[in-house]
Design a protein around this ligand. Structure first.
Ligand code: GLU
Length: 468
């Protein structure tokens, strides 16, 4: 049997890490088994679904490289199919029309609540077949079994049993003829021949209802795996309200897709003690057997650590594609300085994110007029004047502009002045980068270039003179 999985987001918000993890697990199960992965947009909630949200989900999936074999399917394009089945169920007697008024249903609810029991439809229209005109407003309800229970073995949570007495006769078609969410999911999973449904544990209560409908239709029941929640570090469920970032925001913050995938795959799934997984390893090792039942907590430090790992270990050529996006966003003209592979060589070990790298790279491409205030206070005081003047002369005298020669001149300036190397290199660093932090000063100056470095040293000397 071919394994078929799906990711079925409702486009009512952005794709956060929890959704991305559900997508990843479904994608991995399909890829591990040479199966099929389907993208389905569950947009039946017309008021809350938006085209922008669909786009954000698709952009997020594409950026993470979670490719789908079929879809995206849109539930709003399948209403005829859902209605055909509802009509068939009405004929077959597995669904019935309910004419109960809102007032009757409200009063039923109030009576139950007053008694302290869970509100539930009492089955009035199921049991009383009164005559109604065809145009009288009604909903269609599923005839849920009254006896027995629904049992299934969840691939993560194990044995699950719901008594049928707890389940309502679910509305499957509203008065305005639109089919309801739980019903559409069932028909889609059936039509798309989904073998494994992987979704958040917040859908666990829907599963027995969906299984009952599948049974009534004589459709196969897929396997279910309900993944635990991801909580933010305040212990709250991920949601936009609590300031959780969407996947695309992680791109904007300078994360690599590989780091995000590695991070989310480990939020709930394990393979021995291994922490770093290439995409191929994930595909090879992933099964539903090692997924934890406990909630996971977002850990930004770990994500940064992984990002830094991938920045350092992936091929500079690949990193440069992502870095180019950030550099372009920052608006630098890369014709003004070193190529991105050099930037990566200089800065990879120093940055947790590519955004940071792009920011740090600015002094290779752009001249600046502002120096960091703290750096000026500490390293561009009058005492720095002489070292800067001497190193400027020495750098100007270099004929063969190499890292080695630059390094030698810095040492020779310190020797000449009889001071520690840092007393030359720190003012020099602030002068040419505007900050007190950079990679090795010799390689940094090498890539900034001779003329530009000299010009910047002059500007720093002028600044010192102004404050004397
Ligand atoms: N559309 C649902 C959601 O976005 C998922 C439903 C399912 O996977 O069955 O939460």
């Amino acid at each position: 049997m071919k394994i078929k999985t799906r990711f079925a987001p409702s486009p009512t918000g952005y794709l956060h890490l929890g959704g991305a993890r559900t997508a990843l697990y479904s994608w991995l199960l399909a890829r591990h088994n040479n199966g099929e992965f389907i993208l389905r947009i569950e947009d039946t909630d017309l008021k809350r679904s938006t085209k922008e949200a669909v786009q954000v989900i698709i952009d997020g999936m594409r950026w993470l490289n979670l490719d789908w074999d079929k879809g995206p399917y849109y539930q709003t394009e399948r209403f005829d199919r859902y209605n055909d089945i509802i009509n068939h169920m009405l004929k077959q007697g597995t669904a019935y029309k309910c004419y109960c008024s809102k007032e009757r249903l409200d009063s039923l609810r109030q009576i139950s609540m007053a008694k302290g029991i869970k509100p539930k439809y009492d089955g009035y229209c199921r049991d009383n077949h009164l005559h109604h005109s065809p145009h009288e407003p009604h909903v269609v309800r599923f005839l849920n079994p009254r006896e027995g229970s629904v049992i299934f073995i969840d691939k993560i949570r194990g044995y699950i049993e719901f008594s049928n007495q707890e389940l309502d006769d679910l509305i499957i078609r509203r008065t305005d003829s639109s089919p309801t969410y739980n019903f559409c999911v069932v028909i889609d999973d059936w039509d798309m021949e989904i073998t494994h449904v992987i979704r958040g544990e917040d859908h666990l209560n829907n599963t027995p209802r969906q299984i009952n409908i599948l049974k009534a239709l004589g459709a196969p029941i897929p396997e279910y795996a309900h993944v635990s929640m991801i909580l933010n570090n305040h212990g709250q469920k991920l949601s936009k309200r609590h300031g959780t970032s969407g996947v695309i925001e992680y791109r904007n913050k300078g994360y690599l897709p590989e780091a995000i995938l590695n991070y989310i795959v480990r939020m709930g799934w394990s393979y021995g003690d291994q922490e770093i997984f290439s995409i191929d390893e994930m595909k090879n090792f992933f099964t539903l057997d090692n997924i934890s039942k406990s909630a996971s907590i977002l850990n930004t430090k770990k994500l940064q650590w992984l990002n830094q790992y991938y920045i350092k270990h992936m091929s500079p050529k690949y990193i440069s594609i992502h870095l180019a996006w950030h550099i372009c966003n920052a608006g630098y003209n890369t014709n003004n300085g070193p190529n991105l592979l050099d930037i990566i060589q200089i800065l990879a070990g120093r940055c947790n994110t590519l955004k940071e790298m792009a920011e740090q790279a600015h002094y290779f491409y752009e001249d600046f007029t502002e120096f960091e205030t703290e750096a000026v206070k500490k390293y561009l005081s009058p005492i720095a004047y002489k070292p800067l003047e001497i190193i400027s002369e020495k750098l100007a005298s270099i004929v063969d502009w190499t890292v080695k020669n630059i390094s030698n001149e810095i040492k020779s300036a310190a020797n000449y002045l009889n001071v520690k190397i840092s007393e030359v290199s720190m003012p020099l660093r602030v002068a040419v980068t505007g900050t007190s932090k950079s990679s090795g000063i010799d390689i940094t100056i090498y890539y900034i270039g001779q003329q530009r470095s000299l010009k910047r040293i002059n500007a720093a000397l002028a600044l010192i003179t102004k404050h004397i």
